[in-house]
Ligand binder design. Structure first.
Ligand code: DC
Length: 211
């Protein structure tokens, strides 16, 4: 079984995807974490890198289940990839077709065996267009930015709410308007509005859709 979840930044995809994987005994593939790990690799290179060469130089994979922590060249980078800077870089680099092609190929090979919950921006349209269940998880921009901000402050980040709103607006614009595989609603995806629902309630609804 494959459940694919797309949606804009901060819609709650990660929490819902993790909960769903646990509830249904599926493996979890966080495709955004892969773009973020690639962005971190670019960030570490400073201004001195060629994006096409970097694609062949880095190794991005996941540690063992159930945590499946994202690794860059074998090292867990799951905390480092969550900063605003890396979010923006991931969004920028994800507009490069060669980067997308490499990521999608790896993702399709990962899910070719087993049962998965996938989350991202193109998993219902490009990575797994034949998924058994496709969800488009969304909420208003204010709600998504507020959630992101609460999450970051809880981790000790001193970022302001307006800075996070600005970042989410910019990222939305880029994710929805890029030429290659923009974020869009797949024809057969079910829209789930996450405002006013707890992650558990959303998970319950989606579990019910699989039965
Ligand atoms: O889901 P996330 O916030 O971790 O994703 C970070 C960025 O990666 C997002 O702004 C766009 C890009 N991305 C993508 O282009 N395609 C995906 N399937 C997942 C993420």
């Amino acid at each position: 079984m494959i459940i694919a979840i797309d949606g804009p930044a901060g819609a709650g995809k990660s929490t819902v995807a993790r909960g769903l994987a646990k509830a249904l005994g599926l493996d979890l593939l966080d495709t955004g974490a892969m773009y973020r790990a690639f962005a971190l690799a670019a960030f570490r290179k400073g201004s001195d890198f060629n994006v096409f060469e970097l694609i062949d130089q880095v190794q991005i994979d996941f540690g063992p289940s159930p945590e499946r922590k994202i690794r860059l060249d074998g090292v867990d980078v799951s905390d480092e990839i969550r900063s605003l800077e890396i979010s923006q870089m991931a969004s920028q680099l994800s507009t490069v077709s060669e980067v997308r092609r490499a990521m999608v190929a790896t993702q399709q090979s990962i899910i070719s065996l087993g049962n998965w919950v996938l989350e991202g921006r193109d998993v219902t349209t490009v990575v797994a267009p034949k998924a058994d269940l496709k969800i488009f998880l969304t909420a208003s921009i204010e709600e998504r930015a507020r959630r992101r901000w609460v999450e970051m402050v809880a981790k000790g980040d001193t970022v302001s709410l307006p800075a996070v709103v600005k970042e989410v607006v910019e990222r939305d614009h880029r994710d929805y308007t890029r030429d290659d595989s923009p974020l869009m609603l797949a024809e057969d995806a079910i829209i789930v509005e996450s405002f006013g629902l707890s992650p558990d309630e959303i998970i319950e609804r989606i579990v019910a859709m699989t039965q």
